[in-house]
Design a protein. Structure first.
Ligand code: ADP
Length: 282
């Protein structure tokens, strides 16, 4: 009995305790080797899962910090270079040059604001105030913000919606931000004379909103990653559009936090469709 007790319980528990100490000291690669069935084996499995999650989270955090540093470096070095050149009288201190410095500060401010939104969403601190919302008038309101830019690029924007579209149960401000981000991408990645369509439909699951463009499209190998933080299909090109690389990550967080779903379809060279669906009032 004593032998069995030691072999089946005490020894495995000792292994878990030793591994837990290792994890506490920061060795997140540590795993326990306990086989068999029963509660002790289950404990070993749970421990390994916990260590794997901690390890993955730490990796994500480290990557995130590296990405943020990378994203900050470009605008900061442009700012520094330009200001130093002005101080050395190599660059004239005129409106044009000050405007380009101002553009970089706007880019930095947007990056910081987007990071703040994401980190609040991550920690569950982003407040949502859902209410009965008419997505037709919300879309018109967001479209309005783009009218001048659309006209300048001669891109047409149509809203297709049935007259009897039911109301959705969403936070109107957060949903306007989702639409804004999707429309902003559709606008930036659609060349002159292109078309954008916002399509609203409803079925038994809820209301579906599609933002369809006739833009550059996304290669199939990049499509699964576009909702990742800082993922850009073409880094050099998208920097000139002023994107932070966080727009779609924010869209995903905001939609999923409201019990919705978002996905993308695209054909390279033809265009993209970003779709999200949101629920009805309970
Ligand atoms: P960004 O701030 O760079 O636009 P996003 O997270 O909004 O970042 O988008 C990530 C990337 O997905 C973009 O850099 C772009 O490569 C691609 N993308 C997003 N929307 C579209 C679109 N409508 N058409 C083509 N590519 C798109």
């Amino acid at each position: 009995m004593a032998y069995l007790f030691t072999r089946q319980i005490v020894a495995p528990l000792g292994k878990v305790t030793a591994a837990a100490r290792q994890v506490a000291q920061g060795n997140l690669e540590q795993r326990v080797d306990i086989h068999g069935s029963g509660e002790i084996a289950e404990l070993g499995e749970s421990f390994n899962m916990m260590a794997a999650t901690l390890n993955r989270d730490q990796q994500l955090r480290q990557n995130m910090v590296a990405d943020i540093a990378h994203e900050l470096r470009t605008p900061l070095s442009i700012l520094q270079g330009n200001i130093e050149a002005m101080l050395d009288d190599v660059l004239e201190t005129n409106t044009d040059n000050l405007t380009s410095i101002h553009q970089e500060t706007l880019l930095l401010a947007r990056l910081v604001e987007d990071l703040r939104t994401l980190s609040l969403a991550d920690s569950g601190q982003l407040r949502f105030q859902p209410e009965n919302t008419d997505l037709r008038s919300l879309s018109l309101q967001v479209i309005d913000e783009f009218q001048t830019q659309l006209a300048a690029k001669n891109v047409s924007l149509a809203l297709e919606t049935p007259n009897d579209l039911p109301q959705a149960w969403v936070d109107p401000d957060r949903t306007a931000q989702v639409l804004h981000n999707l429309l902003s991408n559709a606008f930036h990645f659609t060349p002159e004379d292109g078309n954008i369509t916002i399509q609203l439909t409803s079925d038994s699951n809820g209301i579906t909103v599609s933002v369809i463009d006739t833009g550059v499209g996304i290669p199939p190998e990049d499509l699964p990653n576009v909702f990742d933080r800082f993922y850009r299909v073409d880094r050099s090109r998208t920097r000139s559009t002023g994107g932070s690389g966080l727009g779609l990550a924010i869209v995903k967080q905001l939609v999923e936090a409201q019990n919705g779903r978002v996905w993308a379809d695209s054909t390279e060279g033809k265009g993209s469709t970003f779709t999200f669906c949101v629920p009805y009032p309970a």
